[in-house]
Write a protein that binds this ligand. Sequence first.
Ligand code: UD1
Ligand code: UDP
Length: 366
Amino acid sequence: MGKPLKIIHVVGARPNFIKIASILRACKKTSKIESLLVHTGQHYTENMSKIFFKDLDIPFPDIDLEVGSDSHAQQTAEIMKHFEPVVLEHNPDAILVVGDVNSTIACALVAAKLGVKTVHVEAGLRSFDRTMPEEVNRILTDAISDLLFVTEPSGLVNLKREGIDGTKVHFVGNVMIDTLELHKKKASNSRILDELNLLVGQYVVVTLHRPSNVDQHQALIRILNALAEIQKEIKIVFPIHPRTYKQLTANRLMQKTKDLPNMLLIKPLGYLNFLKLMSESKVVITDSGGIQEETTILGIPCLTVRENTERPITITEGTNVLVGTDTNRIVGSYRESLNKARLHTRPKFWDGIASERIVRILLNCL
Ligand code: UD1
Ligand code: UDP
């Protein structure tokens, strides 16, 4: 038997941990792959990073670049500067990046420049909105990757339009759903509803962190006004992302939001507690990419406070609705969603074994 394929897997931010958990698990099942895990340190606080390693049994990172927060250019540059020596020292056969965060493009670019094969998991998604930092990361990462793994049919269409060689592209499904399927039983035992004093189906979950929503003062106010209306009708649980926390405190909106009688502001939750919280909720209101997908599988109505989505299958499957940031539109959409039956849909290959497909292709193509 020849030497195993050496792959450096890269994680940096919250959604990366959830995606890499199932990929690493699948890689571990074969002796033909040797995995090394690099954490860039883009996210670093306990409840944005460490908790996911515990909840999802992700091995401790082999290398932590500890870059922390900064402007886009500084952060991307720091990751590149720290990642290049790691690639040179370990001389991998490939590096594997997931999603669309700054760590994704930074490490892909380092590998491409060193002539190391680059694998992109969750390729081809496009919001067609270049003011969104992730859209730039997506387009660039796909342009320099050697193997592109796609979650939904729109990804195939987008990559073809951009002239990406079709032999590099593989439609494998969604590794985030692999992780959901693997952990849903464990998550069902979470005590989070009792801890927060919530009843099944009688609360709404809110998450917000897109700069276009939380760094734009007027947009943030419009969304908060909608939440203030909705909480008159149902309890809201709002785990606050650190970017949002910063904006709420800087703009003296935190106390005002906290004072709403039916609004529960909490810290970001670990994966198992958050999965339980979503699973038992009436409606989810979010601007997260991953949560649009998870609610599709859970069959929970999702109101996405954006004008576009890079994940159009969540719309066509019927669980997700784009509601923008207009106060009345959000409130009206919330009320409409109450009449919707819970859907049981499953996009093609969102079946819990996308990572296994990826591993098979890695072994054949690298
Ligand atoms: C990043 C990703 C975004 C992803 C999100 C997932 C980019 C460009 N953005 O956005 O695509 O959807 O993660 O959550 O890569 N902070 C902490 N603790 C942490 C991390 C951040 O307090 O562990 C604070 C810092 O003040 C930081 C701010 O949050 O400045 C934003 O963090 P950053 O990683 O720059 O962007 P996110 O908004 O988290
Ligand atoms: N998530 C979590 N705890 C929270 C909020 C979200 O575990 O308090 C999970 C969520 O279930 C999903 C992922 O984090 O798996 C989504 O990450 P995020 O919304 O930060 O990023 P995006 O998907 O928008 O890039």
